[in-house]
Design a binder for this molecule. Sequence first.
Ligand SMILES: Nc1ncnc2c1ncn2[C@@H]1O[C@H](COP(=O)(O)OP(=O)(O)OP(=O)(O)O)[C@@H](O)[C@H]1O
Ligand code: SF4
Ligand SMILES: [Mg+2]
Length: 346
Amino acid sequence: MNMSASLAAGVPSETAPLLDVDDLTVHFGAVRAVEEVSFSLKRGETLGLVGESGSGKSTVGRAILQLTRPTGGSVRFEGAELTKLGPARLRPLRKRMQLIFQDPRGSLDPKMKVADILAEPMIIHRTHGAADRKERVAELLRIVGLGTNVLDRYPHQLSGGQAQRIAIGRALALDPALIVADEPISSLDVSIQAQVINLLSDLRASFNLSLLFIAHDLAVVRHISDRVAVMYLGRIVELADKRSLYVAPLHPYTRSLLSAVPIPDPRRERGRRRIILKGEVPSPDKPPAGCALSARCPLRANLGNPEDCTMTRPPLRQVRPGHSVACHFAETSASSAASGDAQPPH
Ligand SMILES: Nc1ncnc2c1ncn2[C@@H]1O[C@H](COP(=O)(O)OP(=O)(O)OP(=O)(O)O)[C@@H](O)[C@H]1O
Ligand code: SF4
Ligand SMILES: [Mg+2]
């Protein structure tokens, strides 16, 4: 179908984003978990979503999938406005978007064998007959790199890495377009982490999957992401193409996070300067009026603590092509990066 025909038919064109999140807001009573988060995701693209504990990453993931209903904003997925759909109309779309959790064994039913875990989505959604299911289960095992010897095992008989592969296989059972992976490697041994990242990376390429990859730190998402969004206290403070973000981060918070990432080159690693933020993250039920970082911001301190930071919330604005940042003084930050103050590219 050509583009004009597809538009005429109301079908989203291949070039339209798969997912468009606009001003997504989630409050739990007084707790402002997510505030006005906006980003889009193309088919086959991976966005890394990074922030420290409590910054709202999981809530963003759950709100996209409508597992937590947003307080405000919009989530368009494959052309449908998910926030307006009731359970019955969401059901068929659930096949197309899947969540992978941090603790693989906790997310698998301990009383079910691997064969049944992998077949379950096909039974719930009535997509395959018994024979096709068996075939598909075997195929899923192959896709995630496991042998049929695990079919009769229970989750507790699997290693952490095997269990996460099964969780990934289950997520793939119904050919999703979007996978939200919520810290999928945090609970795994370091030796296994790279394998699971590589598996997700390969699957994304093979199946043209879009991936929202959630993690605590910038080191984890670096390999797999096309773009990276950094969250602080419920908001995206910086969103950029991977290269731009790692080479020339603009937000003081991102620069602090990045200063914690070891550099593989020992010579440059010795010269790495940690930027440690003073004080605590404010409570999400009493967010500051202006910039959420204002009380702790090293850039603001350097600038003589301008009032702008505490009076007006800095909007997320594009400062360079493909690079947006929520800081009144991002340009100052950019010039100090150019003068060699930032971590060198590596
Ligand atoms: N169901 C809920 N009810 C009340 N508050 C919640 C609920 N879920 C999350 N929160 C609060 O919302 C904020 C964001 O939580 P969220 O779990 O999204 O953060 P996160 O970035 O995923 O953190 P972590 O890295 O620890 O997983 C936190 O203050 C949390 O306590
Ligand atoms: S707006 Fe001010 S307080 Fe916020 S990050 Fe920029 S300089 Fe720091
Ligand atoms: Mg979380």
